[in-house]
Structure formats: structure tokens, C-alpha cells
Design a protein around this ligand. Structure first.
Ligand code: PXP
Length: 250
């Protein structure tokens, strides 16, 4: 049993389907299927399924969420921007967890963490509505002490620390600095009684660095696992990541 849990983000299973079937959602040929992928991740030992419903519906569709909600065995972690339309979907679908992320139309993927300090007023009522529905809330933030403090003040259960800068660091010096930032933010969040998750850009190589961040409960990983699945199959790809995570000292 791993002490560090894995949530697999299946957005890119939907990306591949949409590439061919976006205009034919009812086609019996539409593939690959997000629920089949989610079940394979669960069979391989993943502890949650992560999906990002974007306003532009570029990958995950509402129907994906409905089927996942009804059929997965673990928990559903819905990543979403804080917009009225998407909040209404979350309240209807009722995932176990919501992770609020910033969302820009032009971006390829989530680029930075939420600015919880600047957006406090907009985040507060959404967090309240999600809590009233029994949904646990996470805020996806850059690993700074200021953002951790602001998140703790908002009464959320969790933060997800953005690991993208560490993943994309192109010098050892920057990598070291980012790792230190992550370590300090994780400690601070844990001291504020927040569950500490991490995600974005984590792969089979940099997992060794992520394993050096203390106080972590869960990693949310998508692109590298779905990519690896093309070579070894999805179950093996998930198992390989879990094996790397098993080295986490806790
Ligand atoms: N966590 C959050 C909050 C994200 O926005 C994403 C990307 O959708 C991920 C984790 C997964 O990132 P990656 O696909 O780079 O593993």
C-alpha cells in the first residue's frame, strides 16, 4: 500500500476521441472511451480519477462526467475554472472533490496557479456552495507561502501545489530553487492542516524529485501516464508510476 496516492487525469483520453469524433458524439465508433480508461486506471491501483471540464469542452464533455460519476469505484476529482456555468455542472454531478484552477481560453494546459489573494471575493461563494453540497475543495496554487496562507484562510480542505515550474526547469539551479519552494509550501500547508496534493508536468523522471517534497498526500498526473500507455498499455503505465511513488519516504 502506497502512502502517496495517485489520481490519474484522463483528459487526454478524451482529447484523442475529440480529435476524430467532436462532431459525431453519438457515433458508435467514438473512441477511446474515458470510462474504460478510468476503470483500467482503477484496476491498476489508481486511487482517484481526475478530469478537467473546460468551458470550451476541448476534451472532457459533460457526458463523460456523468458516466464517470455513475460508474467509477474510487473518487472523482473534477478540475474546473470558477465560472457560474461550470460550478452548476459540479453541483449537479457532485464529484467527491473539486480542484479549482485558473483557466484561460488560449492556453494549451493550465499555466499557473490560482491567485487566491486577488480572487478571494470570487472564490469564497463558490467554495461555500461546493461545501454545502458535500464536495471537498482543493485550490491549485503556485508553491508560495502567501498563496498557502490565503488558501488556508478560505477554509478549503486541500491545496494542490503546481509542480510545472519544477517539471520544466531547464537548469539544475532553477530545479533546486523550485524544489525548495515546493518543500517550504508543502510544510506550511500541512502546518495549516491542509491536505497537500501536487500536480502538473509530473513524469517518470521527475517523480524522483517530487518524492523529495514532504507532507504530500496525493499526486495528480495525466499527460505522462497517458503518453506512456501508448507504449506499454494503460494499466502498466499506471503501475509503473505507482511503483515510482512507492519510494516516497512519507
Ligand atoms: N493538476 C492540475 C490542477 C491540472 O490542471 C493538470 C492538467 O490538467 C494536472 C494536474 C495534470 O497535469 P499533467 O497532465 O501535466 O500531468
Amino acid at each position: 500500500m502506497n502512502s502517496l496516492r495517485l489520481g490519474v487525469n484522463i483528459d487526454h483520453v478524451a482529447t484523442l476521441r475529440q480529435a476524430r469524433y467532436a462532431t459525431m458524439p453519438e457515433s458508435k465508433n467514438a473512441e477511446p472511451d474515458t470510462l474504460t480508461a478510468a476503470r483500467m486506471c482503477e484496476r491498476a491501483g489508481a486511487q482517484s480519477i481526475v478530469a478537467h471540464l473546460r468551458s470550451d469542452r476541448r476534451h472532457i464533455q459533460d457526458r463523460d462526467l456523468e458516466r464517470l460519476r455513475q460508474n467509477i469505484m474510487t473518487k472523482l476529482n473534477l478540475e474546473m475554472g470558477n465560472t457560474p456555468e461550470i460550478v452548476d455542472v459540479a453541483l449537479r454531478i457532485k464529484p467527491e472533490e473539486v480542484c479549482l484552477v485558473p483557466e484561460k481560453r488560449e492556453e494549451v494546459t493550465t499555466e499557473g496557479g490560482l491567485d487566491v489573494i486577488a480572487q478571494r471575493k470570487e472564490l469564497e461563494p463558490t467554495i461555500k456552495r461546493l461545501h454545502v453540497s458535500g464536495i471537498r475543495v482543493s485550490l491549485f496554487i503556485d508553491p508560495t507561502l502567501e498563496q498557502v496562507d490565503a488558501a488556508a484562510e478560505l477554509g478549503v480542505e486541500m491545496v494542490e501545489l503546481h509542480t510545472g515550474k519544477l517539471a520544466n526547469a531547464f537548469t539544475e539551479k532553477i530545479q533546486k530553487e523550485e524544489l525548495e519552494q515546493l518543500r517550504a509550501a508543502a510544510r506550511a500547508a500541512s502546518e495549516s492542516n491542509l491536505q497537500v496534493n501536487a500536480g502538473h508536468g509530473i513524469n517518470y523522471k521527475n517523480i524522483m524529485l517530487i518524492n523529495q517534497v514532504p507532507c504530500l498526500t496525493e499526486l495528480n498526473i495525466g499527460h505522462s501516464i497517458i503518453s506512456r500507455a501508448m507504449s506499454v498499455g494503460l494499466e502498466t503505465a499506471v503501475k509503473e508510476m505507482l511503483a515510482a511513488m512507492a519510494k516516497y519516504p512519507g
